[in-house]
Design a protein around this ligand. Structure first.
Ligand SMILES: CC(=O)SCCNC(=O)CCNC(=O)[C@H](O)C(C)(C)COP(=O)(O)OP(=O)(O)OC[C@H]1O[C@@H](n2cnc3c(N)ncnc32)[C@H](O)[C@@H]1OP(=O)(O)O
Ligand SMILES: O=C([O-])CC(=O)C(=O)O
Length: 382
């Protein structure tokens, strides 16, 4: 009898950790952060409160939230040499790469060398949550030759992000839309980037390495990078009338063609976050106007339902988020960095959880290579 363990490609259904940070039922599209439905948080809460909830485990008291908010506001500014670094990066480079590089450098300017000091771990946690919007906006502006703006301590997290990006204060509706999007993207059980964060954390690497590794994982088009791809896809389609001919042609050319923003390992119904993003979008469009891309996305969802619905493939959170960001005037390649600005809360929550009773991740492989191969000296090879 074979003793070979069962191999599950992509670790499908294999538990990689025990976690109390969030809960997901993919058949019912139910997502909870520390037991609270995400839809409720998106409507009632703010990103700062949700970050505390995820990392600390419970809703903050009024005093805790006030202190947390104060501490975040005072860690937004980055060292002037980090701004110089951002200015030196290639202007045509991707903002996710700039974020990746600058988060590593952030860890050099504000070190947390070992992870055994809870006070230093907490300081790094605050720094990462607070400073990532500063880094993203610094690169977004510097590459266009615009002045890098100092964070404003009189604005909350979402409003300050929008201000640092655009130089304008958001309207209350825009702030709410952005904040709700950050809340919706803050955490999602054992997704690829969170798993990456936990694996990295399990080596006792410092939190900047943990977040840097997770940023790299999030960047891929099968994960967070899909929100940008969706917008390219909608631009390629170009019109509501072209949805059917476009998809028919793609599928004819490649039966395995993947529609970006569709499908999920866990959800077999429409991602509840996508529905909330649409509700939020309608608020955003009340101030601007319903963009053509949104009409195309709606038509694409409708046409895809007939084709992919029977297989349980529906829109995920990335399907509509980009349309919202675009309507706020945010450049397409900044969409995935916004995801990272939100998800850092979840990554850090998992990092703190991983450190309690930590054991290094070291799974097994099923070896498929050769054995006892004779080494042939180079001179004897053709
Ligand atoms: C925040 C997030 O990370 S949400 C996910 C964002 N990613 C995307 O939107 C990219 C497009 N989607 C995908 O590539 C996938 O659905 C993933 C990566 C999200 C999930 O991948 P997996 O769970 O490994 O599913 P897998 O890729 O094996 O697909 C299973 C089947 O559904 C099909 N399928 C999955 N997604 C799609 C899609 N977007 N369009 C068309 N068909 C799809 C596959 O072709 C495959 O079909 P088959 O059984 O006939 O071979
Ligand atoms: O859970 C996943 O695999 C991907 C996802 O939706 C997320 O990270 O938000």
């Amino acid at each position: 009898m074979s003793t070979e363990p069962e191999y599950r490609p992509g670790l499908e259904d294999v538990p990689a950790a025990k976690s109390a940070v969030s809960f997901l039922d993919g058949k019912k599209a139910r997502l909870e952060y520390r037991g609270i439905p995400v839809e409720v948080l998106a409507k009632e809460s703010c990103f700062e409160e949700v970050a505390w909830l995820l990392i600390k485990g419970d809703l903050p008291t009024q005093k805790q939230l006030a202190e947390f908010d104060h501490d975040l506001r005072h860690r937004r500014a980055i060292h002037y040499r980090l701004k110089d670094l951002v200015k030196c990066l290639p202007a045509d480079g991707h903002p996710m790469d700039a974020l990746h590089a600058t988060v590593a450098a952030l860890g050099m300017f504000y070190p947390c060398k070992t992870v055994s000091d809870p006070a230093k771990n907490w300081d790094a946690t605050l720094r990462l949550v607070a400073a990532m919007p500063t880094v993203v906006t610094a690169f977004a502006r510097a590459r266009r030759g615009e002045e890098i703006l100092e964070p404003r301590a009189d604005l909350d997290h979402s409003a300050n992000f929008y201000y640092m990006l655009t130089g304008k204060e958001p309207t209350p509706a825009t702030r709410k839309v952005l904040d709700a999007c950050l809340i919706l993207h803050a955490e999602h059980t054992m997704n690829a980037s969170t798993f990456t964060a936990r694996v990295t954390g399990s080596t006792l690497a410092n939190p900047y390495h943990v977040v840097g590794a997770a940023i790299g994982s999030l960047a891929g088009p099968l994960h967070g990078g899909a929100n940008e791809e969706v917008l390219h896809q909608l631009a390629e389609i170009g019109s509501v009338e072209n949805v059917k001919p476009w998809l028919d042609a793609k599928r004819a050319a490649d039966p395995k063609f993947k529609v970006m923003g569709l499908g999920h390992r866990v959800y077999k119904v429409k991602d509840g976050r996508a529905t909330v993003v649409q509700e939020v979008a309608e608020q955003a469009f009340a101030e601007t106007s319903r963009p053509k891309t949104y009409e195309i996305a709606l038509e694409l969802e409708k046409y895809c339902e007939g084709i992919y619905g029977p297989k349980g493939i529906y829109p995920n959170v990335d399907f509509y988020s980009g349309v919202v960001y675009q309507s706020l005037g945010i450049p397409v390649d900044v969409f995935t960095p916004i995801f990272a600005i939100a998800r850092v809360a979840g990554w850090l929550a998992h990092w703190h959880e991983q450190l309690v009773g930590n054991r290094i991740f070291r799974p097994e492989q099923i070896s498929t290579g050769k054995h006892d191969v004779k080494y042939v000296p180079l001179a004897e090879r053709p």
